[in-house]
Design a protein around this ligand. Sequence first.
Ligand SMILES: Nc1ncnc2c1ncn2[C@@H]1O[C@H](COP(=O)(O)OP(=O)(O)OP(=O)(O)O)[C@@H](O)[C@H]1O
Length: 255
Amino acid sequence: MRRRGSADTRPAPPGQVIGLDRVTKVHRTGTVAVTALDDVSLTVPCGAFLAVMGPSGSGKSTLLQVAAGLDTPTSGTVTVGGTDISRLDEARRTVLRRDRIGFVFQGYNLLPALTVEQNVTLPLRLAGRAPDREWIRVLVDRTGLDGVLHRRPAELSGGQQQRVAIVRALAARPDIVFADEPTGALDVRSSGDVLTLLRQIVDELGQTIVMVTHDPAAAARSHEALIMADGRIVDVIREPDASTLAARLTSLGGR
Ligand SMILES: Nc1ncnc2c1ncn2[C@@H]1O[C@H](COP(=O)(O)OP(=O)(O)OP(=O)(O)O)[C@@H](O)[C@H]1O
């Protein structure tokens, strides 16, 4: 990840997956306007594992939503693989998200009536694409899910359910995976397993991941932690360790 100064409008470097250029997002509720992102510029290169941290209300979720094309910026541009998604209508953004972006959420979002295998391949089938069986086999082997493919989510531990969600996110070979508090519902051990898996996916499969987390121990598994406060990126810590991150968050009044 490279943070670009607000006056820096150079073209995106090659190998960039996501680019935000002078992005501002104002949420309006009635007469109240909240600036959730304030002139944010950044690039996420291929193969990066980036953590986003910051106090509550600092703009982390908004950054993820805007970067992933789930929401539109009030001003500025967002590019995904060179495509300016700010200029796409909702239908085209939906297709771009479906084809190029994977999502992992705290709550797993698995369909309870479907087996693990059906959950993993559902988004592809809905998109009318044939699942790449060989690739899915690689993912299932990596995640240790081969013995549970025919179980339903309720028959799995939380850590296993999150691993299913990770395989589902990777099944379409997305350009980037956005993970929003992926370990927020897990105990320490399952959380550690999921984070080890995410790091392996980056290091060994070349996947790009952006992860929002409150947990310094989780962010310490990333290549870089981006620290937000008041809608701005106020710090970027390379190869972060948990105690440095915790101290930085405390200095900002967060946890
Ligand atoms: N849909 C919305 N409508 C109005 N205000 C919003 C909306 N979404 C976010 N906000 C406001 O924008 C600011 C940034 O919110 P955001 O959810 O991005 O922060 P966050 O860092 O993810 O917080 P948390 O850690 O608590 O999830 C906050 O002041 C929040 O109240």
